[in-house]
Design a protein around this ligand. Structure first.
Ligand SMILES: [Fe+2]
Ligand SMILES: [Fe+2]
Length: 189
């Protein structure tokens, strides 16, 4: 009899585990970058980091963060902070996507990106994951949605990183406008 093999369908994974796996993948890529001295290889690793981070940030912003805001207690500030960190990360990704590894500041920008991402991941895993687990959100259903969206994004060509910044500023404009009109409604009520 074979040991350790299960014929039952793959167990559903909770969203926190799925996101953690993505985080680990990016950490490993940064580690690989630090240990590489070959410029061509470094460029390839940075391309992989940008692709991974783009897909991961997109599913978090489209699917995970709205659920955290809605279902978790006192999570608004945490989500806004996470969105702002994504925005800073995207700025660096936009710059790096137009650079070659032998340009000045290439390595410095990757180092700062690694630090930013490291800080962001630690906060998500320490605070946001806990809030998600304590909430009434269905963590397995959320994971299925994220997996489906990731598959879609993986099949698409990577957009220009500059364009993701434009989407970000449009989103904040809509947000602040709706915030403004909500404040006005409150005032006039
Ligand atoms: Fe994130
Ligand atoms: Fe994340």
């Amino acid at each position: 009899m074979r040991q350790g093999t299960k014929s039952s369908p793959k167990e559903a994974m909770e969203i926190t585990e799925l996101l953690h796996q993505d985080h680990q993948k990016v950490r490993d890529l940064f580690f690989k970058f630090k240990n590489s001295e070959n410029k061509q290889e470094q460029e390839k690793i940075v391309e992989a980091i940008i692709t991974e981070l783009h897909i991961h940030a997109t599913v978090e912003e489209e699917i995970v963060y709205p659920v955290v805001s809605k279902e978790a207690e006192d999570a608004e500030d945490l989500v806004e902070e996470a969105e702002t960190e994504h925005h800073m990360v995207k700025h660096l990704m936009a710059e790096l996507s137009d650079m070659s590894a032998d340009e000045d500041h290439f390595e410095a920008k990757v180092t700062v990106l690694c630090e930013l991402v490291g800080h962001h991941i630690r906060e998500e895993e320490k605070e946001m994951f806990k809030k998600l687990k304590d909430s009434s959100a269905d963590l397995e259903e959320l994971s299925e949605k994220v997996m489906a969206r990731k598959e879609e994004l993986e099949a698409m060509p990577l957009p220009s990183m500059q364009s993701t910044l434009t989407i970000d500023s449009k989103k904040s404009a809509v947000k602040s406008q709706s915030g403004l009109s909500a404040a006005r409604r409150k005032k006039t009520a």
